[in-house]
Design a protein around this ligand. Structure first.
Ligand SMILES: C[S@@+](CC[C@H](N)C(=O)[O-])C[C@H]1O[C@@H](n2cnc3c(N)ncnc32)[C@H](O)[C@@H]1O
Length: 211
């Protein structure tokens, strides 16, 4: 089953840009807590536009950034090695890695459990696996300009969560299962952080009427 979004498209650029704006701060907070060191070898999976790979590059020894579509990874920091690869086929590089990070990747892959096993095997002794994924917590509106906007939102959410996503292999329960799976795979010091934030939406200017 193929990934639901088109990473290389113009919309893909906006998508990844917004993910970075929303999530890079909490991601950095989590990564800093594992204790980054300048001798660390890091693997960044589903690297997107490389914002986290670049951030790690200034703080660690080596970063390997892997994505099935590397078209948004043209301009990476020195020290980041980019590999185009489908992670459903396993890892394209040999471990061990001191840090493996994957944000919003495993939630999309039906092969997530096999991949988790491979990630655990690729960790160095004392290494860290940091996974970030979407939970099934409902996304609620806090304010809507008009009741019709609420209807539109409900329809969009229904289609996204209940129709399109499951049909494309996305799991809404995986994020809640991850800590248990990590523990079952033999990892220790497993920690969970849940993060949410309100999002401001601006109404787009109305399209010009045809003459
Ligand atoms: C939702 S985006 C997240 C990007 C980035 N991790 C972030 O949080 O900003 C998922 C990323 O995983 C990549 N991806 C999806 N399926 C993949 C696969 N089978 N193998 C490797 N990368 C994949 C996509 O191209 C995309 O860049």
């Amino acid at each position: 089953m193929d990934y639901i979004f088109d990473t290389g498209s113009e919309l893909g650029t906006h998508h990844l840009d917004h993910l970075g704006k929303l999530l890079n701060r909490p991601t950095a907070w989590v990564l800093e807590r594992v204790g980054l060191r300048l001798d660390m070898r890091c693997l960044e999976l589903g690297a997107g536009n490389g914002s986290i790979a670049n951030w790690l590059a200034g703080r660690t020894h080596e970063v390997v950034a892997v994505d099935i579509d590397t078209s948004q990874l043209n301009d990476v920091a020195p020290g980041v090695q980019v590999i185009r690869h489908d992670l459903r086929d396993g890892l394209p590089v040999q471990g061990p890695f001191d840090l493996i990070h994957a944000r919003l990747l495993l939630v999309h892959l039906p092969e997530r459990e096999q991949l988790l096993g491979r990630l655990v095997d690729a960790l160095a002794a004392g290494g860290w696996l940091v996974l970030g994924d979407l939970t099934d917590r409902p996304l609620q509106t806090l304010a809507v300009p008009e009741p019709a906007d609420q209807d539109l939102w409900d329809k969009m959410l229904h289609l996204s969560h209940n129709v399109v996503s499951p049909a494309r292999g996305l799991s809404w329960t995986w994020a809640r299962e991850t800590a248990g799976r990590m523990t079952a795979a033999g990892l220790v010091d497993v920690d969970v952080m849940e993060y949410s934030q309100s999002r401001r939406q601006r109404r787009l200017p109305a399209a010009p009427k045809p003459q």
